[in-house]
Design a protein around this ligand. Structure first.
Ligand code: HAM
Length: 482
C-alpha cells in the first residue's frame, strides 16, 4: 500500500493540514484560531494562524498547510484556463477600442497610496518595511501607478493616452462572495480627454465585454452619476470645498451602514444638519429630469450626464445604463462622472467601477491632466457567470499525441515531436504507458491525432496516424507529417 494518502482524501479536507506521513512518528502540525481583537472582525475574516512547524531533524519531515494564505487563490490548470479565457476577452475588448497594454510592479511605494479622506482602501493596505527600510505596499489598485507612469513619461508621450492593464491587486478585505484579499483587475484609462466622450468610450468597452461573455442587459446594469452632483449640493449649502473628498467617501457608505450613521459621520466632518438632509435627498434621485429640477439645467453635472446618455443612444447601449444619484464610489480621487456595473438580482457586490479623476496627478505634485477609467475585477464576474450558467467548459487543447510503441523507439519519437512542434503543432509525448491509457488520455485532453511510432513503420521511414475525430487511420512519411 502507498505511504501517501489517496488524492481524494487530500481534496476532501481542504482546511486541515495535509499530513504526508512517511511514518507514524511524524507529528501533525495543529492550527489554532486567534481570538478576534477587533469588534468588526467576524468568523469570516478571522485568520487561522499555524503554529510554527517543528524543526527538521534527522529524517523527520515537517508538515505544511497546503492551502494558500486566506483570501488568496491557487490556479490549477482548469482554473488557469478560465482565467486566461477571461483575460483574453479583456485584451480583445481593449484591442477593439485601440488601447495599449501597460504594466506596473505589484510592489509599490506606500506614499502612492497614502490619502487622507478616510477611504476603506487605505485601511486595507498590505504595507510593510522592506529590508532596506523603505515603506512599500502590495498595490490595492492600479490607478496611482498609472498616474505615476504618466508623470514619469512627462512630455515624451502625446495625449490622449488609451492604456489598459491587467494585474493583481491586494486588499486586506473582509471576504464576501466575489471579494477576496487578492484579485486581478482589468483597468482601462483614457488620459488627456476632458470631454464626456472618454466616459462614453469606457462604458462601451464594459458593455462589449459583457456581450462577449454572454451577459445581457437583463442580467446587468450600469449605474451612472457624477460627483459634480454632490459638489453642486455642497455649494448650495456653502460647505467648504476642502470637505468634498471626505463627504464623498462618507456618502458612499450609504447602503453599507445605516443612514443615521452616515448622517452622524457627515455632521462630525462639519456638514450642517440642513445640508446633510439636502445631500441625502438629492442622492435618492433616480431620474435625470428630477435632478435637473433640483440643480437647474445650466450646471456641469446635468450637462455631462445628459451628454453621456445622448452618446449612449448613438453607441446603442442605452438599455445598459441608468442614472442613479446614489452612486458616489468610495475612492477619494473621482471628480466627475462615476459609474459601476451591478447584477440586477442584487446578489453580488459591484462588478466593476470607475469614473473621472481630473485632479489625481496634482496630488502627486504634477500638473493635472484630465483622466478617467475603470477597474473590472476577475472574481465578481466569475461569480455572476456561474450564477447564469455562462462559465465555458474549457478542455485542455493538445493537437497531437506521439507514442513510441517500443522503448527502443524513444529516439525516433523525439524526432517526430521535434518536427511537429517546429511546424507549430502542440504535441504531447507519452511513454511508458499502455495503448489503452494513451487513448483515454487523448480523449481527456481533446487531442485530434495520435501518432504511433512503431518499429516496422519506422524502418520504412513512416509513422502510423490515427485521426481521433474521424477514426481514420493511415501511414504517412515522417517529413510529410504536418
Ligand atoms: P474599485 O471600485 O475599488 O476601483 O475596484 C474596481 C473593481 O475591482 C471592483 O468593482 C471589483 O470588480 C474589483 N475589486 C475591488 N476590490 C476587490 C476585492 N477585494 N476582491 C475582488 N474584486 C475586487 C478601483 O480600484 C479604481 N482604481 C478603478 C479605476 C481605474 N478608476 C479609474 N481607473
Amino acid at each position: 500500500m502507498s505511504a501517501f494518502p489517496p488524492l481524494h482524501h487530500l481534496l476532501l479536507r481542504p482546511r486541515l493540514p495535509l499530513s504526508l506521513r512517511p511514518s507514524a512518528a511524524v507529528p501533525i502540525r495543529r492550527l489554532r484560531l486567534l481570538p478576534l481583537s477587533s469588534s468588526t472582525a467576524t468568523q469570516d475574516n478571522a485568520d487561522e494562524v499555524a503554529e510554527p512547524p517543528p524543526p527538521v531533524t534527522g529524517t523527520k519531515m515537517s508538515v505544511i498547510d497546503v492551502n494558500p494564505p486566506r483570501g488568496t487563490r491557487d490556479f490549477p490548470p482548469e482554473d488557469m484556463r478560465l482565467r486566461n479565457w477571461l483575460f483574453q476577452n479583456f485584451r480583445e475588448v481593449s484591442r477593439l477600442l485601440s488601447f495599449e497594454e501597460v504594466d506596473f510592479p505589484v510592489l509599490e511605494s506606500e506614499a502612492l497610496f497614502i490619502r487622507k479622506a478616510g477611504e476603506e482602501i487605505t485601511q486595507q493596505l498590505y504595507n510593510f518595511e522592506d529590508k532596506g527600510g523603505r515603506r512599500v505596499v502590495l498595490r490595492p489598485e492600479i490607478t496611482p501607478s498609472l498616474a505615476r507612469l504618466v508623470i514619469k513619461q512627462g512630455k515624451s508621450v502625446s495625449f490622449p493616452l488609451r492604456w489598459f492593464a491587467i494585474g493583481q491587486c491586494w486588499r486586506y478585505e473582509r471576504m464576501t462572495r466575489g471579494r477576496r484579499r487578492e484579485h486581478y483587475q482589468w483597468n482601462m484609462d483614457i488620459i488627456g480627454v476632458s470631454k464626456v466622450r472618454a466616459e462614453a468610450e469606457l462604458i462601451h468597452a464594459i458593455v462589449l465585454l459583457f456581450e462577449r461573455l454572454g451577459v445581457t442587459s437583463l442580467d446587468v446594469g450600469i449605474r451612472v452619476s457624477s460627483r459634480k452632483v454632490l459638489q453642486a449640493v455642497l455649494q448650495m449649502y456653502s460647505i467648504p470645498e476642502h470637505l468634498f473628498m471626505e463627504v464623498c467617501v462618507i456618502v458612499d457608505k450609504l447602503g453599507k451602514i445605516t443612514r443615521e450613521e452616515v448622517e452622524k459621520e457627515l455632521m462630525i466632518a462639519g456638514v450642517s444638519l440642513e445640508a446633510v438632509k439636502g445631500i441625502v435627498e438629492v442622492l435618492s434621485l433616480k431620474s435625470l429630469s428630477k435632478l435637473e429640477e433640483v440643480l437647474g439645467s445650466d450646471g456641469e453635472a446635468v450637462a455631462d450626464l445628459k451628454r453621456l446618455f445622448s452618446l449612449a443612444e448613438h453607441y446603442g447601449y442605452s438599455k445598459w445604463i441608468n442614472f442613479d444619484a446614489s452612486v458616489v464610489r468610495g475612492l477619494a480621487y473621482y471628480t466627475g462622472i462615476v459609474f459601476e456595473a451591478f447584477d440586477r438580482e442584487g446578489k453580488l457586490r459591484a462588478i466593476c467601477g470607475g469614473g473621472r479623476y481630473d485632479r489625481l496627478l496634482s496630488t502627486f505634485g504634477s500638473d493635472d491632466i484630465p483622466a478617467c477609467g475603470f477597474g473590472f475585477g476577475d472574481a465578481v464576474i466569475m461569480e455572476l457567470l456561474k450564477e447564469k450558467g455562462l462559465v465555458p467548459d474549457l478542455a485542455r487543447q493538445v493537437e497531437d499525441i506521439v507514442f513510441p510503441l517500443d522503448v527502443e523507439l524513444e529516439g525516433p519519437a523525439s524526432k517526430v515531436v521535434s518536427s511537429l512542434r517546429r511546424k507549430g503543432r502542440s504535441v504531447d509525448l507519452i511513454e511508458d504507458k499502455r495503448l489503452k491509457w494513451v487513448f483515454k488520455h487523448a480523449e481527456r485532453i481533446n487531442a485530434s491525432r495520435l501518432v504511433l511510432v512503431g518499429n516496422s513503420e519506422w524502418q520504412r521511414g513512416m509513422v502510423r496516424v490515427k485521426n481521433l475525430s474521424t477514426r481514420e487511420e493511415y501511414e504517412i512519411k515522417i517529413d510529410e507529417l504536418c
